[in-house]
Design a protein around this ligand. Structure first.
Ligand code: ADP
Length: 325
């Protein structure tokens, strides 16, 4: 069946570059002379029928903007068949033949379930700052998030150095340590604590003892929020049990990592995957996430995306120990 009406939505956690991807999807649909629709607030907007037709001009001047003009949401109702039935009825009202969802693995899971229920074709692009999706070397928003973190940690280092203090900086990443790993390596952090590497706390204790011996008084620990140690506060408490007089400060970077104008790398990734998602749909592909692997477009079936995660590269794990002396 030749598609005539294709929708786009942003879903789950937001990430810088989502707008660039929306733009690429809409412009590619319009290039083919088809109708483009924007679904507001992710799957929740699909359930509520919050759907608008979009022209090429509606996505002008958004390439460089953070956030998402379509808004995003998490939808509990979409987890139920009744919710998904309402969503399907609304797509039918607009004669929507398929959609592109920009989001993380939860959004892929939703699209896969929706296909099983109602046979509506869809493609996804990897919109998440966490970089934890199988099927793409990098995800849309990750590069911007780590550059924001690097900028902040560099500033923290200045004050840490002035006062000879230990700073524990918490970055985002509940289940994945990619942001902590990349920003920590790029800032020369003395320790990086990530959920994927459990043995590291003992190393921190040893490193502090060693630093004391060498009179190295200032140091930065970067910790992922979701580390089993429970983020920066937990790490600080743990360290103070060993070193009650430790002069430490905590800095939680928080949501600044989700905002801001996307970097060039994120704009290109968003544009390439958005374009390829629509081309894929028009060529009869569906139920796959479009990613970039080794600088080539790659389509990974949803059932693989939802089962696998992107493991941290072993050589980078090793580097943490070697470079942060
Ligand atoms: P992300 O896409 O960033 O991983 P979430 O995990 O919150 O974000 O998923 C986004 C939305 O996808 C959820 O709020 C829900 O509406 C939908 N979703 C996730 N898992 C399922 C599922 N198993 N069945 C149906 N919908 C789902």
């Amino acid at each position: 069946m030749q598609m005539k009406n294709i929708a786009v939505l942003t879903s789950g956690g937001d990430s810088p570059g989502m707008n660039a991807c929306v733009r690429a999807v809409v412009r590619t649909i319009k290039y083919h002379g088809l109708n483009a629709y924007g679904i507001m607030r992710g799957y929740q907007g699909m359930i509520e029928g919050d759907i608008v037709e979009l022209q090429s001009r509606d996505v002008s001047n958004i390439l460089q903007r953070g956030g998402t003009i379509l808004k995003t949401a998490r939808s509990k109702e979409f987890l139920t068949i009744q919710g998904r039935q309402k969503a399907f009825d609304n797509l039918q009202k607009h004669n929507i033949d398929g959609f592109v969802v920009i989001g993380g693995d939860g959004s892929c899971r939703g699209a896969l379930q929706f296909y099983k229920d109602f046979n509506v074709p869809s493609m996804a692009t990897p919109g998440t700052i966490d970089n934890d999706l199988a099927g793409s070397d990098f995800t849309i928003g990750f590069d911007t998030a780590i550059n924001t973190a690097v900028d902040a940690i560099d500033k923290i280092r200045d004050t840490a150095d002035s006062h000879n203090r230990l700073f524990i900086v918490e970055v985002m990443g509940r289940d994945a340590g990619y942001i902590a790993l990349h920003s920590g390596l790029a800032c020369g952090a003395e320790n990086i604590l990530i959920p994927e590497r459990k043995e590291s706390m003992q190393e921190v204790i040893e490193r502090i003892a060693d630093n004391n011996k060498r009179q190295k008084l200032m140091s930065i620990i970067v910790v992922a929020e979701g580390d089993e140690m429970g983020g920066a506060h937990h790490v600080d408490k743990y360290l103070k049990e060993f070193y009650p007089n430790l002069d430490s400060r905590i800095s939680i970077l928080g949501h600044i990592q989700r905002g801001g104008s996307p970097t060039c790398a994120d704009r290109i990734l968003a544009s390439r995957t958005g374009y390829a998602a629509v081309e894929g749909l028009l060529n009869g592909r569906s139920q796959a996430m479009v990613g970039v692997i080794n600088n080539e477009i790659a389509y990974t079936p949803f059932d693989e995306v939802v089962k696998l995660t992107q493991p941290i590269k072993a050589d980078m794990m090793e580097m943490i120990k070697v470079l942060s002396v």
